[in-house]
Design a binder for this molecule. Sequence first.
Ligand code: IPM
Ligand code: MN
Length: 364
Amino acid sequence: MKEYQIAVLPGDGIGPEVTGEAVRVLQAAGERFGLQFAMSQYAVGAAGVAAAGDPLPPETRAAVTQADAVLLGAVGDPSLDHAPRKLRPESGLLALRSLLAVYANLRPVTTNPALAFCSPLKPEHLAGVDILIVRELVGGLYYGEPRGKDNGAAVNTLRYTEAEVERVARVAFGAARRRRRRLLSVDKANVLETSQLWRETVTRVAVDYADVTLEHAYVDYAAMRLVTDSAGIDVLLTENMFGDILSDEAAVLAGSLGLLPSASLGDGPGLFEPIHGSAPALAGKDVANPIGAIASAAMLLRYGLGLAEPATAVEQAIAAALEQGARTRDIARPSDRMIGTREMGAWIAELVRSPARRPLSLVR
Ligand code: IPM
Ligand code: MN
């Protein structure tokens, strides 16, 4: 039997707790479907700096390039906020994305009527939301050279090539084709040359996807559309920085940043991580919501390993646990019985193993 090699990079803050639960659920999926997962842990972020003086230590680099897929928790630590750039935890994550060349970051956002109360938006804006954000992940302002800061001035460079735009656009069009066949491409072409190139390139690629309806929008208007016409958006394609901002905004629809997963895909091993950060204030308290990490593990099964059936089983287990009333602090009403990170993970794992059984924790 094939043994899938999964490199697990827990990272910082709540990262180890949420990835621990994602690992537990992957093991449950392995048991149910007769799959073998070899999961080894490696340091990244502040944990990498502590272990090896490097936010992406050489051992981690070697492991991720050889793995079948990479599961990451979160990076970030306030104690390194003022460290030189090469020692910042975020530099480890950016270097990891770049090393794996995972240029297409998929961030699905759906709403669940049972969690509508978590969102500040009116319920009518939340019904039927099913958005896939496709964010370019290894180019743009995050990586452009020159960059730097000195003598009271600072510079970052926004540069895109046609090839970089085209490859991520093809991922987005391909995804739209399997969904509702609408693509909203977001740029700032009224101001930026990079956005003009973006728009021209996406328009050219669209010729190969005549069954997909393409619409272009400026990012300011798209930010508004995300909350005023959420159900009208199918696939939203955009560059790195705009995608970072718009995906946090979109999380407001789901009700909690803790719920949302992501898959970062390129031509080698994929990288799977929740979209939330390391949340240092919550770390070590067993309060973080592991669903974003667990749903990322489902994406790992589907896109990273091509295991659609186990992926669906994990997604259904998440939905069933929420349906049965499983609530971590971020998604609980004051009157709800709240559970911790571990109990949420155990609950979902149990539903993966035996979907028909109601977990014991509910029977209390
Ligand atoms: C994200 C995060 C990262 C990003 C940070 C931690 C570098 O906010 O994955 O959205 O900006 O890409
Ligand atoms: Mn972000």
